[in-house]
Design a protein around this ligand. Structure first.
Ligand code: ATP
Ligand code: MG
Length: 414
């Protein structure tokens, strides 16, 4: 149980230094929001935000090394020991007319006003050494009851910024918390307002939900009627989310965060066709790499297994190592979900063969061939299509027989 009396937080040295400088200059300064929440929960904060009574120009005159990262919203980044800390002036947010940015922000010297504009009670803590944890909205109580609860009137808070409805679900997923009843009902009333929120902000919250320890919480986006306002196919993908498959992602590849993201997105989009999945990711403004890798998993996930060395090398040539490994990880999760021992055994065998191919550096792609186009032209092959075709033929020889990958040998074969 959390109890305000005995809560201390270990603030990073640089943040402590910023707070001390603010205090000595006569201003208030606190660590605020997510970092305090995470410390109380024993989680490692992603970033440390500082809130202060000092106006932006006062912050800038106090610290010599600063960057104006969001000066119009009162944020100045203070650099210390090579690390940046966002220092934001206490502010009151105006209405978010476009659901993106507050229409206008007003600076204030009151901490309470600043905490009031924050989304949830567990995100509205402030902390410094002198005051300890400041909890003006019952956040400690909600932490103790594992609840996500809006600060103030939830209907007002969600109409100011509809992204908060996604954030509620995201925090519930990350922390395994419940959404408090009034907050929950207000979310359903405001789902349609998501249509006004920028896709970039939506994507961040969606992805944090999908990558959380409760990825099945994406189903809430469907249950609460939000899916419809995102992109075509999104609602059905939430409704039909295969959580069993997501929990079976235990391949070593999935321990790396990036790969886990590609695989979870592929699970999310798996009932869409290759083209539909690409369109959905384009509309969600995913980068090219994510779009290519995820759609490749979707394209290859139903392809039959190949268990002999030559077929594996041919597949590596067509798919590339990353897509090959991601597709195997996907298939392995399917094998685990279906408790298909035969498939799992086969996958294990293929993985070992791939490892052996890599260890022995057996060539499987044109880039690894001991001759290139230039060599062929020097040897008299006519420029153009002929060169490409010949390289492919030589690669086929080398895939069958890796020891043949010697320049003189291959040129003799011509
Ligand atoms: P994370 O662990 O993902 O960083 P966080 O709670 O720190 O979670 P941030 O997006 O970093 O979230 O925002 C920092 C703080 O700013 C939040 O804790 C909250 O107090 C406030 N905040 C952020 N976004 C909103 C919003 N849309 N509406 C109201 N307050 C917000
Ligand atoms: Mg944060």
């Amino acid at each position: 149980m959390y109890n305000l009396e005995n809560l201390t937080i270990k603030v990073p040295e640089e943040a402590g230094w910023i707070l001390k400088n603010l205090r000595e200059a006569g201003y208030e300064g606190y660590c605020v929001g997510g970092c305090v929440r995470d410390c109380l929960l024993g989680r490692v904060p992603e970033d440390w935000d500082i809130t202060t009574s000092a106006l932006p120009f006062e912050v800038k005159s106090l610290f010599c090394n600063t960057v104006d990262t969001g000066i119009q919203h009162g944020t100045v980044m203070v650099i210390r020991n090579g690390n940046g800390y966002e220092v934001t002036t206490y502010r009151i947010d105006g209405e978010y007319k476009d659901g993106r940015h507050p229409e206008k922000v007003e600076f204030t010297r009151s901490l309470e006003e600043d905490l009031k504009r924050r989304d949830f009670t567990i995100n509205a803590f402030a902390y410094n050494e002198e005051s300890g944890v400041v909890d003006m909205f019952g956040g400690i109580d909600d932490l103790n009851h594992s609840l996500i609860k809006a600060v103030g009137n939830p209907d007002e808070r969600f109409s100011e910024d509809a992204l908060r409805i996604m954030r509620a679900i995201r925090f519930a997923a990350q922390l395994s918390f419940e959404i408090e009843e009034n907050t929950y009902q207000a979310i359903q009333r405001h789902a349609a307002n998501l249509a006004n929120v920028s896709m970039e902000r939506i994507r961040v919250e969606f992805e944090k939900t999908l990558l959380s320890k409760n990825p099945d919480m994406v189903r809430k986006f469907f249950e609460m009627g939000m899916g419809n306002y995102i992109v075509p196919g999104f609602e059905e993908a939430c409704r039909d989310f295969d959580e069993k498959l997501a929990f079976c992602l235990t391949d070593e590849r999935t321990e790396d965060k990036e790969s886990r993201k590609y695989l979870l997105l592929a699970i999310f989009l798996k009932n869409l066709s290759y083209e539909e999945a690409r369109t959905a990711m384009r509309l969600m403004k995913y980068d090219n790499k994510t779009r290519d890798l995820v759609s490749a998993i979707i394209r290859y996930k139903e392809e039959p297994f190949m268990e002999d060395r030559v077929s594996i090398k041919n597949a590596l040539n067509t798919m590339g190592l990353t897509v090959f490994q991601l597709t195997m990880a996907f298939k392995e999760a399917v094998g685990k979900r279906d408790e298909n021992a035969a498939d799992l055994q086969l996958i294990q065998k293929i993985k070992e063969l791939v490892q052996d191919i890599m260890k022995k550096e057996e060539p499987y792609s044109l880039a690894q061939l001991a001759v290139n186009g230039r060599d062929l032209m020097d040897a008299g092959v006519s420029q153009g299509m002929e060169v490409g075709k010949t390289l492919e033929k030589l690669l086929a020889v080398v895939i069958e027989n890796p020891t043949a990958n010697i320049k003189e040998n291959l040129l003799k074969l011509l």
